[in-house]
Write a protein that binds this ligand. Structure first.
Ligand code: FAD
Ligand code: FES
Length: 253
């Protein structure tokens, strides 16, 4: 069930350049059903106060009713979000996430770019808990933007790339995947559209799921702000309700 709730802000801190980790608590967490779902956040004083900001759920703990979000604060709404204390107006959980049940094969590769990295953390934790081997390829702009390397390392191997070469492998996630000859039975990816397109091409022999980022209005399927072109008879799907996670091959780039 989707809730609109004032969640308690437990902590908020900058963990990399412009990147904030926000821990929230409330009964909304009971409703989360899979990794890769997102919430829609209303900030108090953004320039466009009508529009919420969609942010992925990076991890959650149902026993403590807590969830962690990681976001980049560089626009009006997210800069305001980084100042917020006390409680926060949150709608969610929204969308369909990464399927982790009944995954065939032993090894999953999780590929994230920038602010596409956060939802892969819970996905990796849940795959690992189901006995899968998890490999991570995480791409960032520069060394200052890298976050959660140690957290992912606790789950499985991590390959970091930076666009400027200041840390890890210079280049894109697909460069590292090719250079280190990464083999897997399934992939999960989240990041900018060109990255998703390249990942689908590189891992064309295995099944996979990708999480699509799109500008949103309502977040609940009513306004059509988030439609994207898909292969198949429907032609278009809504990222907020049909996604944000889609099976490989469904999106038209
Ligand atoms: P502004 O420039 O003030 O935004 C103006 C408007 O444009 C707002 O309505 C805003 O929502 C929209 N917008 C701007 N950039 C984007 C974008 N890249 N994607 C979607 N809408 C955008 N970011 C994170 O940092 N961490 C996450 O975990 C994360 N998860 C996301 C999950 C989903 C399903 C989607 C669709 C987006 C996600 N994003 C995430 C992107 C995030 O929503 C935008 O970066 C954020 O809304 C930008 O708001 P702003 O106030 O910083 O910028
Ligand atoms: Fe309104 Fe998707 S954001 S339909």
């Amino acid at each position: 069930m989707i809730k609109v709730e004032k969640m308690k802000i437990l902590s908020q801190k900058e963990i990399a350049e412009y990147i904030y980790e926000l821990e929230l608590q409330g009964p909304l967490v009971d409703e989360i059903s899979m990794p890769g779902q997102f919430v829609h956040i209303k900030v108090k004083k953004a320039n466009d106060p009508l529009l919420r900001r969609p942010i992925s759920i990076s991890s959650y703990d149902k026993n403590k009713q807590t969830m962690t979000l990681i976001y980049r604060a560089t626009g009006a709404g997210t800069i305001e979000l980084a100042q917020q204390t006390g409680d926060l107006n949150v709608m969610g959980p929204l969308g369909s996430g990464f399927p982790v049940e009944d995954v065939k094969g032993e090894t999953a590769v999780l590929i994230g770019g920038g602010i596409g990295v956060p939802p892969l953390y819970e996905c990796s934790k849940q795959l690992k808990a189901r006995g899968k081997k998890v490999i991570h390829i995480l791409g960032f702009e520069s060394a200052e933007a890298v976050f959660y390397e140690d957290k992912f390392k606790a789950l499985g191997p991590v390959y970091i790339t930076t666009a400027d070469g200041s840390y890890g492998t210079k280049g894109f996630v697909t460069d590292a995947a090719a250079q280190f000859n990464i083999k897997a039975d399934i992939f999960y990816a989240c990041g900018p559209v060109p990255m998703l397109n390249a990942v689908e091409k590189l891992f064309d022999k295995i099944p996979g799921y990708i999480s699509m980022e799109q500008r949103m209005g309502c977040g609940i399927g009513a306004c059509l702000a988030c439609v994207c072109a898909v292969n198949g008879p429907e032609l278009y799907k809504k990222v907020c309700t049909d996604g944000p996670v889609f099976p490989k091959g469904e999106l038209v780039y």
